[in-house]
Design a protein. Structure first.
Length: 294
C-alpha cells in the first residue's frame, strides 16, 4: 500500500481546501489524520468539513467514534490502513491530511502500540493524576519528554496522563518508544506543508474562531449537554471546548472565552509547527489567504 501525498500544517492553515483541490485534480480520496474530527456530533468547534465543504470528495476517518470513546493512535493506524486498502481497491489515489502528529507518525514512521495494562498500580497512578491540575501534569511531561509534550494539546488530561504512565511503567520516554517502529511504516510520496508567517496565521486563527462562534458553537455545546453528555467525555477535551463549556455552564463572558481560545489555538499551532519542522523532506508552500478552513 502507498500514500500518494501527505498534507500537513498547523490549525487554520488551509489544509482542507488545499486537499480538496488536489483530490479533484488527481482522482483521489482523503484520509483525515485529525484527533478531533473523529468525534461524532462535535462539528463546529472541530472545524469539521460538512458535506458541502467536501465537494463530493470521499473523506475517511471523520465522524467515526462517540464523544465518550477514547481513540488511540494505534486504533487510527488500524482504521487508516483499512481505508487505504479500500481506496486502492477502487483504483483511486490516496491523500492523507491532518495536523495530529502522532497519527501521522503511526502510519509513516511505524508505531509501537503498547498493550493496555489494567493493574492496580495503574489505577492508583491515574487516581493520583486526577487530583492534580492538568497544567501540573503538562509541566511534568514537558520536563520528562518535550518531544511528546508538543504532540498533545495542553488541556488533554487523558493523553498527558497516559504518557506519564508509560514513562512510569517503562522508564523510557514515550517519544522514544514510539520511534522503535515495531510496526512497519507505510511508504508515501511527497509531503506538502502549508506554511504561514506567525502574524498572518494568528489573524487566520482569530477569524476562524469567531466564524465558529457565529455559526453556533455555543449552541452546539448546549445541545450536546442536553443530550446526556456531561462535558467530561474525551471529546470535550478538544481545543476550545472547555472554554465554551464554561460559557454554557456558568455564564462566563463569551468575549473572554474567545480570547482564551485564540491564545490556546496560537500556542497549539506553534507546537504543531515545531513538530512538522522535524519531518524529513517536507515541501513547504504558502497557500492562498482566502482559504479559511483548516
Amino acid at each position: 500500500m502507498f500514500i500518494d501525498k501527505i498534507v500537513v500544517g498547523p490549525t487554520a492553515s488551509g489544509k482542507t481546501r488545499w486537499a480538496i483541490r488536489w483530490a479533484k485534480e488527481n482522482d483521489a480520496e482523503i484520509i483525515s489524520a485529525d484527533s478531533r474530527q473523529i468525534y461524532k456530533e462535535l462539528d463546529i468547534g472541530t472545524g469539521k468539513p460538512d458535506v458541502s465543504d467536501q465537494e463530493g470528495i470521499p473523506h475517511h476517518l471523520i465522524d467515526i467514534v462517540s464523544p465518550r470513546e477514547l481513540y488511540s493512535a494505534g486504533k487510527f493506524r488500524t482504521d487508516a490502513l483499512e481505508a487505504l486498502k479500500a481506496i486502492r481497491g477502487r483504483g483511486k489515489k490516496v491523500l492523507l491530511v491532518g495536523g495530529t502528529g502522532l497519527y501521522l507518525r503511526a502510519l509513516i514512521e511505524g508505531f509501537l502500540d503498547l498493550p493496555e495494562d489494567h493493574s492496580p498500580e495503574k489505577d492508583l497512578f491515574y487516581e493520583h493524576c486526577a487530583l492534580r491540575p492538568v497544567l501540573s501534569l503538562q509541566e511534568e511531561l514537558l520536563r520528562i519528554d518535550p518531544e511528546r509534550s508538543i504532540e498533545i494539546m495542553a488541556n488533554d488530561r487523558v493523553r498527558i496522563t497516559r504518557a506519564l504512565w508509560i514513562f512510569h511503567l517503562t522508564g523510557v520516554k514515550p517519544s522514544v518508544l514510539y520511534r522503535e517502529r515495531s510496526l512497519p511504516p507505510v511508504p508515501y510520496g511527497e509531503i506538502v506543508g502549508l506554511w504561514w508567517e506567525p502574524e498572518r496565521l494568528a489573524q487566520r486563527i482569530s477569524r476562524r474562531v469567531r466564524d465558529m462562534i457565529d455559526r453556533g458553537w455555543v449552541n452546539e455545546v448546549s445541545r450536546l449537554l442536553e443530550n446526556e453528555y456531561t462535558g467530561e467525555e474525551p471529546a470535550f477535551q478538544s481545543l476550545g471546548y472547555p472554554e465554551i463549556l464554561q460559557v454554557v455552564r456558568s455564564g462566563s463572558p463569551l468575549g473572554e472565552a474567545i480570547e482564551r481560545i485564540e491564545l490556546k489555538t496560537r500556542q497549539y499551532a506553534k507546537r504543531q509547527r515545531t513538530w512538522f519542522r522535524h519531518l524529513r523532506g517536507v515541501h513547504w508552500v504558502e497557500p492562498d489567504d482566502s482559504e479559511l478552513i483548516a
